[in-house]
Design a protein. Sequence first.
Length: 493
Amino acid sequence: MKKNFALRIDSEVYDAIEKWAADEFRSANGQIEWILSEALKKAKRYPKQMKKLTILILMCLGLTAQAQWYNGLSQKTGLVLSLHLTDTAVNLYSPLQSADPIPASQWSYSGDTLRVDCKSIGFKAVLTRRDSTLVGYWKQGLLKEDIIFLPADTIFSPQRPQTPLPPYAFEEQTIATDFTDSQGNPVHLEGTLTYPRTGGPFPTLVLVSGSGQQNRDEELFQHRPFLVLADYLAKRGIAVLRYDDRGVGASTGSLDSADTRLFAEDAEAMLRALKGNSHVDPARLGIGGHSEGGAIAPLVAARNKDVKYVVMLAGQGCTGLDVMLQQNEALYRAAGLSERLLAVRMAAMQELLAMPTGSKQKEYKAVIDRHTAGLAKTEVDSIGLGRGSAAAMKQQLESRWMQSFLTLDPAEYLPKVKVPVLALNGAKDRQVVCKPNLQRVKALCPQADCRELPGLNHLFQHCTTGGTDEYLLIEETFAPEAMRQIADWILGI
């Protein structure tokens, strides 16, 4: 049973303890308790029988009679995992991806061991109490990793200082549309039009998100870049429509056979939904997109005369196949892989990406085994071709979206775009590598204003390496100079 008491402590010492606690995902109170426990153990004065009794009582009550948080960092994914434990339920959170809980479908205690099973996402964890921490492993699909969960006062929450908070400096209007796509699927799309509080009609930019189904803010790791950009552009006199991708938030629609070209139909439907809107100037209506959205924007503009300008944010100029190869090389080099091992990875990927659809898993494995022959296990793991990689490669590369993406060539649509185009890429973008893609955009679309932004990554954040593992650690959501260039260009055309 825990006892409350007053503790007199120097303010500087407390500040140091509080910072130490934050670094290790503990509360200050939990850190002080841990320090005292360690000191008692070192002095051989820790009451062993009381420790056993306390743990037994806590386990019988579900670790604690009150709700308790634990936060752990996944080194392999760069994600923070949070567990919320009560005496009646266990919930898993991935707070950098979503604020929504993932309820454990099964959970149990056996001695000091907690087992958690979230069948909805294929997540399992086996954790053992070690003093105030939970130590063990978690696995999902082919990924398995050791992890330490540390006690905390609440769920992990990163700082995102650019995210605007109500009351906003702009007005909002819900925009929705229903249509049937080219595959015969009924689709409902919904988004938010933001516009300045006075004046109008305004130049308007429709934003299209990158790959993977995302909400209207293009939320990733609690960064909300489309909201941040919409807020900035509204202050500059520009309206923005951002929408939930099909299957996310308020939008619905089949994803069974969805690919980039089908998502372009969605973007075009949202453009049509703005027709006649009193806040939108049809003579200054444009479409912009990030990453995959940066391919969708010119694809739509090439066939839709309502589009008066295009903004490509980290949009591809090269074929999908070349983008994938460039991305692999850039990401592994940013991660510090040696040139020798990088050459092995790239040679294997060249062959794997060329595998015919329907190839058997053993054929993928044969390619991997041939390229990794003679390497130590740690070396094979470091280039992402370790155990289970053949199955993962087959699943990823044979998906409908990936097959479509690999054959996507901007040469099919960029030369048909006759309106002004702004193409921005971060110099440290490791996902859509800057120079080759901007060069090809310019070659295919001569009127394009192509700009390389120094020091920025794929998300247009100031960064160190540009690696994906930095995204969640960077507090900045969208570099101000990038947003300024977008606004200046739109207002100047």
